[in-house]
Design a protein around this ligand. Structure first.
Ligand SMILES: [Zn+2]
Length: 96
């Protein structure tokens, strides 16, 4: 499993809109815990860039928890230099 989708946000300095597509999302599995109901998977994607409008540093840590499998249960965003995050994250099933 992996996290796909898209996200957009706004530079909190100059207001420029930024968008990331599925190919730019690089979620890594940070932890997997298992209970009798199944696996809980915690994904993290740390995004860092300089705003191409004003050059200000943008750092965002996206966290997504998948539970039960195939379902996004919880999301959390820690951001610096960005605001107004709009996301459409989905659990991607591998092509087999
Ligand atoms: Zn900016």
């Amino acid at each position: 499993m992996a996290i796909a989708g898209s996200v957009s946000f706004v530079c909190d300095h100059c207001g420029k809109q930024h968008a990331l597509g599925a190919s730019e999302l690089e979620f890594q599995v940070a932890a997997v815990t298992e209970d009798k109901m199944g696996e809980h998977i915690h994904y993290v994607f740390e995004y860092e860039a300089d705003c191409d409008g004003c050059g200000k540093r943008i750092d965002i840590e996206f966290e997504v928890w998948e539970y039960p499998l195939g379902t996004i249960n919880h999301k959390d965003f820690t951001m610096s230099g960005a605001k107004d995050i709009q996301e459409r994250f989905v659990v991607a099933h591998p092509q087999t």
